[in-house]
Design a protein around this ligand. Structure first.
Ligand SMILES: *Cc1c(COP(=O)(O)O)cnc(C)c1O
Length: 364
């Protein structure tokens, strides 16, 4: 079997693969209603929220679009706190729907600076919402969401969070940190195939909803809520993926959220220590290095594309490259979901062999 070590899609345990082979059921029938209500209750535990949680049939980006169209009106001012590719994507979605985006960008590889967020909010009182990426998958950085949220709430703004590659892997208590909309995706830390986005919606987000004028249909949260009360989704859901999620949530709650978070912390540290032991350096500032994805700088002659090819062809290990302007400059090891320290050891051992074959001159 291939070692798929990219930051989503992630490998699936057998129990979850098996769940995908189940026969279709009526998505308007009682059996589906039972599954949906159980899933929703479990997701609330893992989101650490008492507010609404909805299941959308889409990849994570659909959940980001849902966050925008359900809370904003064209012309609304939005502060975009961006530290990489996915921060830019969230801002672009807001812009496409007519929001006036005020960009607050930080150097790729660094985390957002909380004081700068506060300054930006002070400078423009008309800002309605703040967009933040909790874990920036393109650079391997985890932002300090708790203090960012405090700053956002000091100014009484709406907080919309891309937690696609952190929720369920890295601690994110949605209610304690006052996240108004929090978005995640099934193929990241949830050990589920791509195809479902999960979103939480706070009371404040509902207030914004009642005033938001952006056109919306597929993503309408009020429809999601009224159908959920009947044990349904407004549109036909990805039923097989829902079966998979049902099994994965059972496994996750059995392991326990604190244990899952601790395992990701151990695995993240193993990845960082392993990479450094090879003489490579981390791309992300280490104080904010992510526990779900490690970005590694290409240095000392390393050809990352050649390295990834050799790893794939000779070691059956698949790593991710850099996105956009980071192509060729970094490579990334995904370690979220179904992952242990042994998996990381396998990657580091193979890298030790492959790095010199791919031009790297200073293997230690
Ligand atoms: C993967 C990812 C996305 C995009 O999700 P898709 O499921 O590919 O639409 C957005 N933001 C972050 C932080 C991600 O890791």
């Amino acid at each position: 079997m291939e070692h798929l070590r990219i930051p989503g899609p992630t490998p699936l345990p057998d129990e979850i693969l098996q769940a995908m082979t189940k026969q279709m059921i009526n998505h308007r029938g009682p059996e589906f209603g039972q599954i949906l209500s159980e899933i929703t209750a479990k997701l609330k535990q893992l989101f650490q929220t008492k507010d609404d949680v909805f299941l959308l049939t889409s990849s994570g980006t659909g959940g980001l679009e849902a966050a925008i169209v359900n809370t904003l009106s064209p012309g609304d001012k939005v502060l975009s706190v961006s530290v990489g590719v996915f921060g830019e994507r969230f801002a672009t979605i807001a812009e496409q729907f007519g929001a006036e985006v005020i960009p607050l960008r930080f150097e790729w590889g660094r985390a957002a600076d909380v004081d700068a967020v506060r300054q930006a909010l002070k400078a423009e009182p008309k800002i309605k919402a703040v967009l933040v990426t909790h874990n920036e998958t393109s650079t391997g950085v985890t932002n300090d969401l708790a203090p960012i949220s405090s700053a956002v709430k000091e100014f009484d703004k709406l907080l919309l969070v891309d937690a696609i590659s952190s929720l369920g892997s890295i601690n994110l208590p949605v209610d304690d940190w006052h996240c108004d909309i929090t978005v995640t995706g099934s193929q990241k830390g949830w050990m589920v195939p791509p195809g479902l986005a999960m979103v939480s919606v706070s009371q404040e987000a509902w207030q914004a909803y009642s005033k938001a004028k952006t056109p919306r249909f597929y993503w309408d949260f009020a429809k999601a809520k009224s159908y959920l009360e009947k044990g349904q989704t407004p549109w036909t859901p990805g039923i097989s993926t829902v079966f998979a999620l049902s099994v994965s949530l059972e496994m996750m709650l059995k392991e326990g959220l604190p244990n899952i978070i601790a395992r990701h912390a151990r695995v993240g540290k193993a990845a960082r220590d392993g990479v450094k032991s090879l003489g490579l350096s981390l791309f992300a500032e280490e104080s904010h290095a992510s526990n779900t994805v490690t970005a590694v700088a290409a240095s000392d002659g390393l050809d990352t594309n050649k390295m990834r090819q050799i790893l794939r062809e000779e070691h059956q290990i698949v790593l991710a490259g850099g996105q956009q302007r980071l192509d060729g400059k970094i490579f990334r090891i995904g370690h979220l979901g179904w992952v242990t320290e042994d998996d990381i050891e396998t990657v580091i051992s193979a890298l030790r062999v492959v790095l010199p074959q791919a031009g790297f001159r200073s293997v230690s």
